[in-house]
Write a protein that binds this ligand. Structure first.
Ligand code: HEM
Length: 241
């Protein structure tokens, strides 16, 4: 085995990375890592809660929590992150494979989230009468629109004669971000229910732990939507020029 010369390794690394952007890259990678950790905590705690009485299949509230949280906060979150240039697990993929990963995760996530939402609303006699339900409805509508819009974005090149690329891509990003933020608000109203707060208090942590989980959810949602919002803004500016 040939021992690497540390001087040479360091200098070549610096050339590769570009010194002026290096700090920004470290910052973005750190935020990316933080987002993954927070997703893990929030989704993990939600699943633990939904399984607190055994399998959630005989209780519609628990089942919808599993489907909606895995759909929105795990698969959709990772689907959006998959396209970020500094996302840890997709950074090495070619753009075409990042797009495929994004498409598969978004379709899977949307289907789980929509099925979870519909199952819970069928379980209720009066619908959309709570803020939790109202925001979940907004999330569901925008998810559906963004999903359809995503397909036209996927075939933007083939459809370029009838629809200019940015006409489907910019709304796709905007609708997706609105859906994701609405799902965060619905999630926080869900964590605000007394039976969840009591469970977190009984499980050990202090009562305010439910608010800490809401803050963690808001933090990872914010980190995740920054990149698509910048992309949408850049595309809009370029289109207007
Ligand atoms: C992103 C995650 C979530 C989504 C998208 C979601 C979606 C929904 C939907 C669509 C309904 C039916 C609303 C209606 O027909 O009026 C509902 C009801 C309900 N959800 Fe969730 N839910 C989520 C997370 C949670 C969590 C984490 C909890 C509790 C810890 C929870 C507890 C409830 C309860 C108790 C109801 C019945 C009362 C109500 O309608 O507000 N949900 N949810």
């Amino acid at each position: 085995m040939v021992a690497a010369d540390p001087e040479a390794v360091n200098s070549s690394k610096l050339e590769d990375v570009g010194t002026e952007n290096y700090s920004l890259k470290i910052f973005q990678s750190t935020l990316n890592l933080l987002a993954h950790i927070l997703i893990g905590i929030v989704v993990g705690i939600s699943i633990l809660f939904a399984f607190r009485n055994g399998l959630p299949t005989n209780n519609m509230t628990n089942l919808h929590i599993v489907l909606c949280v895995i759909g929105y906060q795990l698969l959709m979150a990772e689907g959006i992150l998959a396209l970020c240039p500094y996302n840890s697990w997709t950074a090495g993929l070619r753009l075409v494979d990042k797009r495929r990963t994004h498409t598969i995760l978004q379709i899977l996530g949307s289907v789980l989230a929509i099925v979870g939402s519909i199952l819970k609303s069928l379980d209720k006699s009066t619908n959309w009468n709570t803020l939790h339900g109202k925001f979940a409805l907004v999330a569901m509508v925008f998810t559906t629109v963004s999903l359809v819009n995503g397909l036209t974005s996927l075939y933007a090149y083939e459809l370029r004669k009838c629809v200019p690329g940015n006409f489907s891509k910019i709304p796709h990003i905007v609708f997706g971000v609105v859906a994701f933020v609405a799902s965060l608000i619905a999630l926080c109203y869900g964590f605000d229910y007394g039976f969840f707060k009591n469970w977190t208090a009984n499980a050990g942590p202090p009562f305010g732990f439910a608010y800490a989980i809401m803050a963690m959810s808001a933090a990872f949602t914010f980190i995740i939507i920054v990149n698509p919002m910048i992309t949408a803004l850049n595309k809009t500016v370029r289109m207007c020029k």
